[in-house]
Design a protein around this ligand. Structure first.
Ligand code: NAD
Ligand code: ISE
Length: 333
């Protein structure tokens, strides 16, 4: 059994704890930590895990083989560095870091170790719908992939969510998806001025539109609408030279009945990506146990943060912003 410690037992940390305990084979949760000690104690008690009083105690606990980091994004880089120092594999929720400089420090530390210990929680790569899209691109079904149109809508955002967070917290998923689907880096980002919803908090730009240019000439446009009111709605269509492929929402069927045609919408990411989180966790556990990580890596985390940073710069300046990535260390080639 892989013995896992979890840092941050909020929304997704608690989901990961419960999912590993209920639906993932070969792993158990043995330790947790959250600055909200009552919350950590309650979540730990559900699965028989000890609640530590510091994050470092989870990382250094000899009973912990691997760590899940699910605390707020601005804590990730430091925790990732501590895991590397302790030689413990980690599944780090997105983002790997909140600045490209901090992400680069993590990547450099892992590259210096010379072996992969980090996986970043870009769970869409494990969603069956996205996997079908990827297969249709890779096997040539739609010819050469040229463009993608993406939509990422949340019914509402937590208090304090900003225009910048729409890029760093939400669009960061499409950044990873675009790099993964097209197999190319994003080289420039342009945030297009949009008309704010009258329901958006004062000063918040919502919805937003951002255009990405990729190194191979492909273009990806993304709408992020974090206060769309009606539900959680993630879409993606990739246009190729001989056809297109669209993302479908697994498990959501159109119902024809008294109310006409009804297509339920997921309430939030927990519902929409429930199975993707399960598959992601199972794959991570299996990979750690086999000694060879294969999911989204430290470089993916760094590149996503660097692109999100360019999105924020473009949002502020109104200008097209070039993404500057450092050279990719050999570990990630
Ligand atoms: P949350 O606010 O619900 O939970 C965060 C938890 O971390 C809270 O319980 C808080 O008390 C705790 N915390 C704060 N500072 C801490 C520290 N220094 N050390 C340990 N714990 C600390 O937030 P959330 O929605 O669960 O998001 C957590 C992370 O997961 C974020 O990075 C977010 O971007 C990511 N996330 C990813 C997905 C996904 O789809 N992959 C979905 C949601 C959240
Ligand atoms: C949240 O942090 C997530 O990662 C969700 O997947 C995303 O849809 C949401 O917009 C983010 O706030």
């Amino acid at each position: 059994m892989l013995k896992v410690g979890v840092i941050g037992t909020g929304n997704i940390g608690t989901d990961h704890v419960r999912r590993i305990a209920s639906s993932v084979a070969g792993a158990s949760i043995v330790a947790v930590f959250d600055v909200d000690t009552d919350r950590a104690a309650a979540v730990g008690a559900e699965v028989g895990a000890v609640a530590h009083s510091r994050a470092a105690d989870v990382i250094e606990d000899p009973a912990v083989d691997a760590v899940i980091v699910a605390s707020p994004g601005d804590t990730h880089a430091e925790l990732a560095l501590a895991c590397l120092q302790a030689d413990k594999p980690l599944l780090c929720e997105k983002p790997l870091a909140t600045t490209s400089a901090a992400a680069l420090e993590v990547v450099a530390a892992e590259a210096a170790l010379g072996r992969r210990l980090i996986q970043v929680g870009f769970m869409r790569r494990y969603d069956s719908g996205y996997r079908l899209v990827k297969t249709a691109i890779d096997d040539g079904t739609i010819g050469a992939p040229l463009l993608a149109h993406c939509i990422h809508r949340n019914a509402s955002a937590p208090p304090g969510f900003t225009s910048e967070m729409s890029m760093t917290d939400s669009v960061v998923h499409e950044i990873d998806v675009a790099r993964w689907l097209f197999g190319a880096e994003i080289v420039a980002a342009t945030a297009v001025p949009t008309r704010p919803s009258p329901l958006a908090p004062p000063g918040m730009r919502d919805p937003q539109l951002v255009l990405f240019e990729l190194a191979n000439g492909s273009v990806v446009e993304v709408e992020s609408f974090v206060g769309c009111q009606y539900g959680y709605d993630v879409r993606c269509e990739v246009v190729g030279s001989t056809g297109t492929v669209s993302l479908d929402t697994p498990g959501i069927n159109t119902i024809l009945g008294g109310a006409g045609q009804v297509r339920p919408v997921a309430a939030d990411w927990r519902v929409r990506f429930a199975d993707a989180y399960r598959v992601e966790l199972q794959d991570w556990v299996d990979a750690v146990r086999s000694g060879e990580l294969r999911g989204p890596d430290g470089w993916d985390g760094y590149a996503a943060t660097a692109v999100a940073e360019s999105c924020v710069e473009s949002l502020r300046s109104g200008e097209r912003t070039v993404v500057r990535l450092t050279d990719r260390p050999k570990l990630y080639s």
